[in-house]
Write a protein that binds this ligand. Structure first.
Ligand code: UT7
Length: 315
């Protein structure tokens, strides 16, 4: 199988910034608690923006940065749990807004916070059987719609945003080493759907999910490094799902990763689920921290439960 590389990234976040002090006026919490327990200082919430607006802007930015036109796109995947509509999918809404070709697959993928990684891996498989060389992968969430404002343990965590990547697949490029998995367990992290009769709000056993994340991140890293035949020193940059700064700190301490090789933007955006990894990738590319040839180890974990690691190169 031929591999993919990331050619261009883009992002979009809503205008409205919600501070920890804003939340302390709604629920019994404090800036001090939120900052020390999570690393989050602000998050963005949609007001007038739709989920599709975020996807379109992020995708347009990624296409422009990649120098790829819409008619070169061979598939479009939107990783999300919070689309505007279940049908049409967010990917079909994006296809229509951008004018992507009609003879390609456009679909949504739900793997919660690991969605962007599942989508990258799926895109690599799809592009191997496509006459077009480029794929559009978006992670987008409007999680502010799913917040339970009576639960101070979760309402402070989540934010809205979208990140996008245009990936390229070429004959002879090795497939991206990946370790992805799932274990059905809806007791730990759950958003009810139409079949339940319950309101679609986020419920999470934070302590147990924290423990799962801390155990899972090193397992994913070890598996990907082993598959790639690389050591930590061979990796140019590490990108972690931004769920809690403490989870990232534990991982970088365990692997002795120097500060110039990883990045946190959780203070600004909170946990944006499927959008969190491409938001980081987009900021890194814009800042010149990743350049053509950079090898980035990306790690995600989340509801499902789902998890994944992938070594992805920039083109
Ligand atoms: O993206 C998908 C994956 N998600 C994650 O990886 C999230 C993983 N979990 C976490 O990040 C953390 O578990 C949380 C940030 C969600 C919670 O932090 P914690 O250190 O695990 O706190 P806790 O739930 O154990 O609660 C500790 C105390 C409790 O009070 P008592 O029982 O000790 O008196 C909570 O009621 O903190 C209280 N608490 C709060 N206090 C002020 C919970 N939420 C808040 C709050 N403000 N917002």
């Amino acid at each position: 199988m031929n591999g993919i590389k990331i050619r261009g990234t883009g992002r979009c976040v809503p205008e409205k910034t919600v501070t920890n002090e804003d939340l302390a006026r709604i629920v019994d919490t404090s800036d001090e608690w939120i900052t020390t327990r999570t690393g989050i200082r602000t998050r963005r919430h949609c007001t007038t923006e739709t989920h599709t607006d975020l996807c379109v802007k992020a995708a347009e930015d990624a296409l422009a940065r990649a120098g790829v036109s819409t008619d070169e796109i061979g598939a479009c995947i939107v990783a999300t749990v919070s689309p505007d509509t279940l049908v049409p999918s967010a990917a079909c809404c994006l296809q229509s807004a951008l004018g992507l070709p009609q003879d390609i697959l456009c679909f949504d993928l739900n793997a919660a916070c690991t969605g962007f990684l599942f989508a990258l891996h799926t895109m690599e498989c799809l592009l191997n059987s496509s006459p077009r060389k480029y794929g559009l992968v978006v992670g987008a969430e409007a999680l502010s719609r799913l917040i339970d404002w009576e639960d101070r343990g979760t309402c402070i965590l989540f934010g809205d945003g979208a990140g996008a990547a245009v990936v390229e697949c070429r004959e002879g490029w090795p497939s991206s080493p990946a370790a992805l998995g799932c274990r059905g367990d809806d007791a730990l992290l759950r958003v009810a759907g139409p079949g339940t009769g319950e309101p679609p709000l986020i419920h999470m056993d934070g302590t147990k999910v924290f423990k799962f994340a801390v155990e899972t991140v090193p397992q994913c890293m070890d598996q990907v490094l082993q598959k790639a035949g690389l050591s930590v020193e061979d990796v140019d940059f590490f990108v972690f799902h931004q769920a809690n700064a403490r989870i990232i700190d534990l991982a970088v301490r365990k692997y002795h990763i120097p500060p110039e090789k990883y990045y946190k933007n959780i203070a600004d955006y909170g946990n944006t689920s499927a959008a969190s990894i491409p938001l980081v990738l987009s900021e890194l590319q814009e800042q010149g921290e990743v350049v053509p040839g950079s090898r980035v180890l990306v790690v995600g974990f989340g509801g499902g439960l789902t998890w994944g690691g992938m070594l992805i190169e920039f083109a």
